[in-house]
Design a protein around this ligand. Sequence first.
Ligand SMILES: Cc1cc2nc3c(=O)[nH]c(=O)nc-3n(C[C@H](O)[C@H](O)[C@H](O)COP(=O)(O)OP(=O)(O)OC[C@H]3O[C@@H](n4cnc5c(N)ncnc54)[C@H](O)[C@@H]3O)c2cc1C
Length: 433
Amino acid sequence: MRVLVVGANVGGAVAAGDLAATGWDVTLIERDLKRKKPCGGAIPPKAMSEFGIPESIIERKTTRAVVIGPSGSQVSMDVRGTAPRADDYIIMVTREVLDRTMRAKAATAGADVRECAFVSHEQQPDGTQRVKLRHRDGREEYENFDFVVGADGAGSLVAKSCGRAPVKHASAIQERLALPDDAMEYYAHTAELYLGDDISPDFYGWVFPKSDHVAVGTGCKPEHANRSYAFLEGVKARAGSKLRGARRILLEGHPLPMQRYKKLVYGNTMLVGDAGGMVAHTSGEGIYFAMASGRMAAQTLVLHATDHRSPLTRYEKVWQKKYGAMFDFLEFLETASYTSNFKREFFVDMCATRDVQQLTFDSYLFKEMAKMAPGDHLRMGYEAATRAVVAWMRPRTPLAQAPPQITAKEALRATRAAIGDGVAADETPAFAS
Ligand SMILES: Cc1cc2nc3c(=O)[nH]c(=O)nc-3n(C[C@H](O)[C@H](O)[C@H](O)COP(=O)(O)OP(=O)(O)OC[C@H]3O[C@@H](n4cnc5c(N)ncnc54)[C@H](O)[C@@H]3O)c2cc1C
C-alpha cells in the first residue's frame, strides 16, 4: 500500500513511522524541513515511552507549576497525580529538536522523507488519490497514492482539499528569552501560568523553562489578535524582575486550533493532530494528541488494509471514545475559569485544592480522566461552592486590566525598556501555518 503523509512534525512523523514499520510504502513530505514550529514544548512523560522519544532531548523536568491570578494571587502546585510516581513532572523540549528526532525515527523505520509541499488532491474512481505536489524550485507534479494522511497543521491544505472549512483558531505568540544563570535558577524546575485581562481575554500566558532560556507566550481568539503583542508584554510585565537581564533570541507566532472536528475521514484521506483540531482547550496542549492521533490513524489503516470490513471511519469512533470526554471537560473548564477576571481568581483559588490538582495532573500526565468516587464529587462541589462565596465576599483587590493595542515595534521598545538592550532578533510572527 502506498500512503502519503503530509506534514513531518510530531503527528505526521508518528503516523509515517508506524506505517513504515509495518512494511507500508510511506512518503512523508514537509514543505520546509528547517522550520521551527512555534510552540511551548511542554509534553507529558507518558509521551516519552509511548512514542520512543529519547531522554537525551529533554531540556527541563518541571516539578512545580505556579498559577498566578489577575490580582497577583498565586498557587504553587507540585506536579503530582493521585498516586505519586517517579515521573511526576512536565517535560520541556524545543520543537526543532523533537520534530527532527521524530522525523529521523520515521526515516529509520523506512519512510521516504522529502521536502516538498502538498497542493491539492482528488480521489479517483478506483479509490486512489491523485496528489498535486510542489517542489521548492516551483516545479509541480502529480503522484498517485492509495491513502493520504493530513498532518499539516492548523491551516491544513489537505482538509481544505477535502472540502472542509478552515479550522477556527486562536493566535498564539511566543518569545524565547535567554536568561543569565542566576535568573534561570528560579525557573530550573518551575513553569508559570498567568491569568488576567492583561494576559489574554481567552487564554493563559506562560513562562516555560528550557535549558538555557525561557519561552514566554500567550494566545487569544482572532478578534483580540490585534493586541497579541500587548498581551505578550503583559506576561513579561507580570514576571517582572524574574526576567532580569533577559535577551530576546526569537519572537514567533502561529495559529492554534480551537475547534474540534468529529469528521476526520474523507474517503481515503484521514486528518490527524492540528489538522483535525485536536488541541485541548484550557491548556492548548496538542503535541501528545497529534502523536496519539497519528498512531490511531496508522493502526486504523493497517486494520482496514487487512480487513476491508473495518472502515476508516473507525478512527473517528476510537478517537472520540478515548478522548471525547476529556476534551468536553477541558472545554467546560475553559468557559468556567478563563472568561472573566472574577472566574480566573476563583480558578486560582480552586487550584489550591488537592482534588483539582489531582484531576488536572492525572488528565495531563496520564491522559486519563481521574476516577472519582461519589464522595469526592460531593467534597469538590462543597469546596467549589464555599470558595465561590468567599471569593465573592472578598474585598476587591485591583485586578490587572486589558492593555491597549500596540504594534510589533512598540512591543520591541517595551521589551527593551523592561529587560534591557540585549534584544537580538526582531522577527514579526506571520500567524500563518
Ligand atoms: C505558540 C504555541 C505554543 C504551544 N505550546 C504547546 C505546548 O507547550 N504543549 C503542547 O502540547 N502543545 C503546544 N502547542 C500546540 C502544538 O504546537 C500543536 O498542537 C502540535 O504541533 C500539532 O502537531 P501537528 O504535527 O499536528 O502539526 P504541526 O506541528 O503544526 O506540523 C504541521 C507540519 O505540516 C507542514 N505543512 C503544512 N502545510 C504543508 C503542505 N501544504 N505541504 C507539506 N507540509 C506542510 C508544516 O510545515 C508543519 O511542519 C502550542 C502551539 C503554539 C502555536
